[in-house]
Design a protein around this ligand. Structure first.
Ligand SMILES: Cc1ncc(COP(=O)(O)O)c(C=O)c1O
Length: 505
């Protein structure tokens, strides 16, 4: 750990401040709603319940919030988000915010206040809300068909509730195949530095962000790390060899690990198509095809974690579809139903699925269950979410607005030397802050968080990598909903511009 205990608390308090309610009612940023293209959402009516002090008191007394140091809340109020419409949310003080991170964690892809999704979920729930997943349901069957149409080469859909759980299912599939086909030996699962796959003990074991896993060990065995593929930080890796392009070298580093461990012991490789919380890392040219080649060469299942990139975030249905590769297992969650219902999926090829159909072995099928994987609200919401993405051409909007966002960030980099690197694809972008462009010294986390806080005060919610890599929580993260307009993008980067000037001069 880079930070000592005292400093850690300071930083956590600092993070907490971001989520403390701004009690003074600031004037909201001026937005001409006639120019926004938020189809299908009812306009914000401004009719917030007047006195939410009891709600705030209940929250402070009993709610344990995620990922936050609560010491702060002894003297300040937590932020309570009470309403959302389109790109915007309002807190308990009635303050309006433009949300540039889709619900804080790149989730609400189609924006807030979608009545058609709420209607679809309600209609489904009054007809049939739940039955255990050993049986089927109408929305699950229909959504599985629609999803597989978007994923050539894939075939089977396994339903659960969270991204972590979907990844656990994938690990269990890889492990069971190891037992069925390889006498249990080919059970190791490779994961990449800087990637994140969830918060359960096994997914933390497969996580490349050490500030997330610290203090939660011991972890299960058999999860092995491979180097990241962030060219901007290549110098930090001394094991990549020289000569070839960086993309090939970074992929070949995976082969080196496989050879070190023994190919007959490695059953799977899990990767994010574009790393999210580890710094918004778009893999370099040549990386993905070589990764696929290596997996085929050593008979290793390629498992792609689309929890963030899935359902349009990067301008294609799935992030891996930018790279002309064929995964064996794909997981997804967040944007599948844009947060209107909890749903996650582990999608496999027919070849993977077939290996669980050996009726001669009474243990030979996938002996896994997810109780709430049988909830019908998830697939009902997901069907309508997918219809919205298609009918409103949100993939095209994502590509166009994403290009604008990158261009705006690059323009900011010309003005602010603190921006060392701008990265991203579609509406999934990052700006890495460094105090010195030559040495690439990461900007201090407290200052990066001060930028986030300043934007928040301006009424624009942005994100930054946090609790990920010691010393490298220095990348601003942006993932606005796929419905955002050109005006929204300019408002977001204008707020960052002002914040950078105030924090770094
Ligand atoms: C790439 C990735 N995979 C998995 C997860 C875990 O998803 P969940 O929080 O739904 O368990 C996340 C969450 O942020 C993620 O970013």
């Amino acid at each position: 750990m880079l930070f000592g205990h005292t400093k850690d608390i300071y930083l956590d308090l600092f993070l907490a401040q971001l989520f403390c309610a701004d009690r003074c009612r600031r004037k909201p940023i001026e937005i001409d709603h006639s120019k926004t293209s938020e189809k299908g959402v009812c306009p914000m009516d401004g009719n917030l319940q007047n006195d939410l002090s009891e709600v705030v008191a209940n929250d402070k007394a009993h709610v344990w919030h995620h990922l936050i140091q609560h010491k702060m809340f002894e003297t300040a109020d937590p932020n309570i988000i009470v309403e959302g419409k389109g790109m915007r949310v309002w807190n308990q003080a009635g303050k309006e915010h433009l949300d540039a991170v889709s619900g804080g964690v790149w989730t609400v892809n189609v924006g807030y206040g979608r009545e058609s999704i709420a209607d679809a979920v309600r209609d489904q729930l009054v007809k049939m809300n739940f039955f255990a997943g050993a049986a089927g349901s109408i929305p699950a069957a229909n959504f599985a068909k629609r999803l597989i149409e978007k994923m050539p080469g894939m075939s089977r859909v396994y339903f659960s509730n969270s991204g972590s759980e979907a990844n656990e299912k994938g690990f269990k599939m890889i492990r069971q195949i190891a037992h069925k086909k390889y006498g249990g030996k080919k059970n190791k699962i490779l994961y990449r530095e800087r990637d994140y796959h969830g918060t359960t003990i096994a997914t933390l074991a497969a996580g490349g962000q050490h500030e997330r896993s610290a203090q939660y060990g011991p972890f299960p065995e058999g999860f092995i790390s491979v180097p990241h593929c962030l060219e901007y930080r290549e110098a930090a890796q001394d094991n990549l060899g020289q000569g070839e392009s960086y993309g090939l070298r970074a992929a070949n580093a995976i082969e080196d690990i496989i050879l070190r461990e023994g190919p007959d012991t490695v059953g799977g490789l899990i990767l994010e198509p574009i790393t999210a919380g580890g710094g918004v890392i778009v893999p370099p040219e040549g990386y993905w095809p070589r990764v696929q080649e290596i997996c085929r060469k050593y008979n290793i299942l390629l498992m792609i974690d689309e929890v963030v990139c899935g359902l349009g975030r990067t301008g294609t249905w799935f992030g891996y579809q930018h790279y002309d590769i064929q995964p064996d297992i794909v997981t997804m969650a967040k944007g599948v139903a844009s947060g209107y219902a909890a749903i996650s999926l582990t999608v496999t090829t027919e070849e993977v699925f077939e290996q669980f159909k050996d009726a001669s072995d009474h243990m030979g099928y996938f002996r896994d269950i997810s109780t709430f994987g049988g909830c019908t609200a998830g697939p009902a919401a997901a069907l309508e979410n997918m219809r919205i993405i298609e009918d409103e051409n949100l993939l095209e909007n994502c590509t166009a607005r994403g290009a604008q966002l990158i261009a705006n960030l690059e323009a900011l980099a010309k003005k602010h030397s603190i921006i060392g690197d701008v990265r991203g694809k579609g509406l999934f972008c990052g700006a890495e802050l460094v105090t010195n462009r030559e040495t690439r010294e990461p900007a201090p986390e407290a200052k990066v968080q001060a930028v986030v806080k300043d934007c928040m005060a301006q009424g624009v919610i942005i994100g930054a990598t946090n609790r990920s890599l010691p010393g490298f929580n220095n990348t601003l993260c942006l993932s606005p909903a796929l419905i955002c307009t050109a005006e929204d993008i300019d408002l977001i980067t204008d707020a960052i511009d002002q914040a950078l000037s105030r924090v770094f001069g």
